[in-house]
Design a protein around this ligand. Structure first.
Ligand SMILES: NC(=O)c1ccc[n+]([C@@H]2O[C@H](COP(=O)([O-])OP(=O)(O)OC[C@H]3O[C@@H](n4cnc5c(N)ncnc54)[C@H](OP(=O)(O)O)[C@@H]3O)[C@@H](O)[C@H]2O)c1
Length: 319
């Protein structure tokens, strides 16, 4: 089968189209003929080596979520799965024509939801959901989503707005993106540094931060008393080593800083929430934001688009 591997960690050109043996499912696994592959910021971070290579070596196959049709099952898996349209959290191995994955990682797709939509909102929506829960977001509170134009951000904006946030502010890099985020539920648009219109709230109860990087401590000033910030991603790199100083110096505001990783959520809980999000999207209550769909063999172009900052929502690859 055709697959795309990271031959050299660094620029998008380090990705290569290769032939790999067709996988076959072991006990407890399903084989999926892939129709759509979600391309996320985490793929870019692994490929670029920005946060270290995670122990991956040359020949690593990226791709943490896919959608397609089940073509075979391993021992112990109900054969009724064969032929079903599914979404799967694969963790890795998704940049390929086929993938095997444990049955626990698979969700049957509602008929009304396309494979591309599923890989666009599946993992991102689940992460956004649990990140909001992690910081105890409650209806009536104000939210700032830092890095809202990406896969996780567009879902965080929609979920916060639908859950009754009093304000949903976003940081983004252009007015055009701000307009698109307003259509998804944003109420105030700030620039990447957090500067925005005069009517934007001075402080927020919750900040969902997908960026981290050197500017992270400047956003502590944007927390209300008892405000909670959660670092969900690090698209801007690591924060300064002494970033905690600023938070402790502002201790009179009783602020909290947390990190969140979906790795700490049981797979069954992740899948239950993802299935609910799919049902919501199939009913038209949530929008999947596909920036562009490209053939798998053009994975380099997809990563170049991300590296150039051109992507709003998610890139999708199709084998
Ligand atoms: N916590 C978890 O369980 C979990 C799970 C999966 C992924 N992740 C993490 O989430 C991150 C990827 O999220 P994603 O796919 O939503 O991201 P993304 O789509 O690649 O990017 C998000 C947005 O951030 C802005 N941005 C990018 N680089 C920036 C920079 N240097 N400074 C300021 N803004 C920048 C861009 O918007 P503008 O140009 O409009 O500003 C971009 O659209 C990764 O760090 C990944 O490791 C976490």
């Amino acid at each position: 089968m055709q697959a795309v591997t990271v031959e050299e960690f660094g620029s998008p050109q380090g990705l290569a189209v290769v032939e790999l043996p067709d996988p076959s499912p072991s006990g407890g696994q399903l084989l999926i003929a892939i129709e759509a592959i979600g391309v996320g910021g985490v793929d870019a971070l692994i490929r670029s080596g920005t946060l270290g290579d995670y122990g991956f070596t040359s020949g690593h196959v990226l791709g943490s979520e896919v959608a397609g049709a089940v073509t075979a099952v391993g021992e112990g898996v109900d054969p009724a799965w064969v032929g079903r349209r599914v979404w799967a959290f694969t963790g890795m191995g998704g940049y390929a024509e086929q993938v095997v994955t444990p049955v626990e990682n698979v969700i049957a797709l509602p008929e009304a939801l396309s494979a591309a939509a599923a890989v666009t909102l599946g993992s991102s929506g689940m992460v956004a959901h649990f990140a909001l829960r992690h910081v105890h977001f409650a209806p009536g509170e104000s939210v700032l989503v830092r890095g809202a134009a990406g896969g996780i951000g567009v879902m965080a904006v929609q979920l916060a707005a639908r859950s009754g946030a009093s304000a949903v502010a976003v940081t983004t890099s252009s007015a055009e993106r701000g307009d698109r985020l307003r259509e998804l539920g944003a109420t105030h648009v700030l620039d990447r540094a957090g500067r925005g219109p005069a009517d934007a709230p001075a402080g927020y109860d919750v900040i969902i931060d997908i960026i981290a990087g050197p500017d992270l401590p400047t956003f502590f000033d944007k927390l209300e008393p008892n405000g909670r910030m959660v670092a969900v991603g690090a698209m801007g790199g690591w924060p300064p080593v002494d970033f905690g100083k600023e938070m402790v110096a502002g201790f009179k505001k009783s602020m909290s800083f947390a990190t969140f990783s979906a790795d700490t959520i049981a797979m069954s809980d992740r899948q239950a929430v993802t299935a609910e999000l799919f049902a919501g999207a199939a009913r038209g209550e949530l929008k999947s934001v596909v920036h562009e769909t490209l053939p798998l063999r053009e994975a380099v172009v997809a990563h170049q688009r991300m590296a150039a900052g051109e992507v709003f929502g998610r890139m999708v690859l199709t084998p």
